[in-house]
Design a protein around this ligand. Structure first.
Ligand SMILES: [Zn+2]
Length: 415
């Protein structure tokens, strides 16, 4: 074996385990009994967590770190879209690559080994974002798997170029067909284009859907219908879906069950949703969140993502998906030990399944994408989010943390 992790804790196993890696794959998993199998390098975790690489399900690399270019603060979703559209005139390949790489580096340092990013396709930036991200995907492939969504942020039929550019994006190598139901002239027309394009290129679909707190905004009903008509069960993901949180409970429960039956993956994006929703309420301000618990209760696959890093839509963000898990724990009333476990599954195995990644997890034959943590339980990991000690991509070290804090509090205490 090339690498052996001993005395590891992992939520899917009842006992401490040893995990061996050869040629980038997990080839050995046995209960830890103190005897060391032969390996070129042995790392003793001393009972701490070893997780599969974290999965960032939804992020925008091309519009990250734009705060210092904005003319002022942003107050609504419409305002965020319009101000960011203006900034696109200044995008260059070098600029997009620099900001994207900054996010990727931070994410990898935090244990992310797989990421789905939405790259904007429109008449202003044309295909420069896609060209840049496709090249970057190849350059960083030894550290992270990047999935690229061709994303028509400005709508597909609001101009006469985007439909053609979307076609071109798929031919150039985009992995997923994106869409946005709330920023085009007609939802039916928009979805018809997206699903036909996905069918033509045999690619999954990832849509920005129902990003508001208005209960009447329910494009998800159309998405469910299109998913079934095109036989795309388990190959469609929807981001935001916050309007559903404002729908009367009984009706929302029926829709949640339909979402689960259609095999639609839901991606909660709480950092952006909390920031931009609820802006029209003067009292009893709604949180404007995806109804995560309701969807989970009805067996829908719910995961979460960062969405944006420090821009008009979300002036926060560190590219650590666990920050988002923690935010969801607080705002979706998910504070139990079982909830912590669920939130970790949502950023590992469930997220990998929603994005269609194969060979994933702590199991024989899977890629050795692994995160060595400095704590021994998922609750502490989620609540304290310590630096990840070591991050491996296919058995190769891609990040290592050596930060150590020495405390003198006890020494300074008086008797
Ligand atoms: Zn998004």
């Amino acid at each position: 074996m090339d690498l052996l992790f001993t005395c590891c804790k992992n939520p899917t196993f009842n006992t401490l385990i040893d995990i061996g890696v050869k040629n980038g794959k997990i080839t050995y998993i046995e209960e830890h009994d103190g005897r060391h199998t032969d390996a070129k390098e042995i790392i003793d975790l001393g009972g701490n967590l070893l997780l599969p690489g974290l999965v960032e399900s939804h992020i925008h690399l091309d519009k990250a770190y734009l705060l210092d270019r904005l003319p002022g603060d942003v107050t609504t979703l419409r305002d965020a879209i319009e101000k960011t559209t203006e900034l696109k005139h200044g995008y260059t390949a070098v600029d997009i690559e620099k900001r994207s790489l900054q996010v990727i580096r931070q994410a990898v340092n935090r244990g992310v080994t797989k990421m789905r990013c939405h790259v904007e396709i429109d008449p202003i930036s044309q295909l420069v974002g896609l060209e840049t991200t496709l090249a970057l995907k190849e350059r960083v492939k030894d550290s992270i798997d990047l999935q690229i969504v061709a994303f028509p942020q400005e709508g597909i039929f609001n101009d006469d170029q985007t439909a053609r550019l979307m076609e071109q994006a798929m031919v150039m190598g985009a992995d997923v067909v994106g869409g946005i139901t709330y920023n085009d002239r007609d939802v039916e027309e928009h979805l018809d284009f997206v699903f036909r394009l996905a069918e033509k290129h045999n690619k999954p679909v990832d849509l920005h859907v129902d990003f508001s707190d208005r209960p009447e905004e329910l494009a998800i009903l159309d998405v469910i219908r299109f998913t079934k008509t095109f036989g795309m069960q388990n190959r469609v993901a929807v981001g935001h879906l916050t309007s559903l949180g404002s729908v009367e409970r009984g009706q929302a429960a029926e829709i949640a069950a339909d979402i689960a039956r259609a095999g639609i993956h839901v991606i909660s994006l709480p950092a952006t949703d909390l920031y931009l929703n609820g802006r029209g309420d003067n009292e009893c301000v709604r949180r404007g969140l995806t109804p995560v618990q309701l969807l989970l209760d009805h067996k829908a696959n719910v995961v979460y993502g960062s969405n944006n890093i420090q821009n008009a839509f979300t002036p926060f963000g560190t590219a650590d998906p666990l920050d988002i898990g923690f935010l969801l724990a607080q705002t979706s009333h998910m504070g139990s030990e079982q909830d912590a476990l669920k939130l970790i599954e949502m950023v590992t195995t469930n997220a990998a399944a929603s994005l269609g990644f194969q060979h994933y997890g702590v199991k024989i034959g899977a890629d050795a994408d692994l995160v060595v943590c400095s704590v021994n339980d998922v609750r502490t990991l989620l609540y304290t989010r310590p630096e990840r000690e070591r991050v491996y991509k296919k058995g190769k070290l891609v990040a290592k943390s050596t930060i150590q804090v020495t405390s003198y509090v006890e020494e300074r205490m008086t008797t």
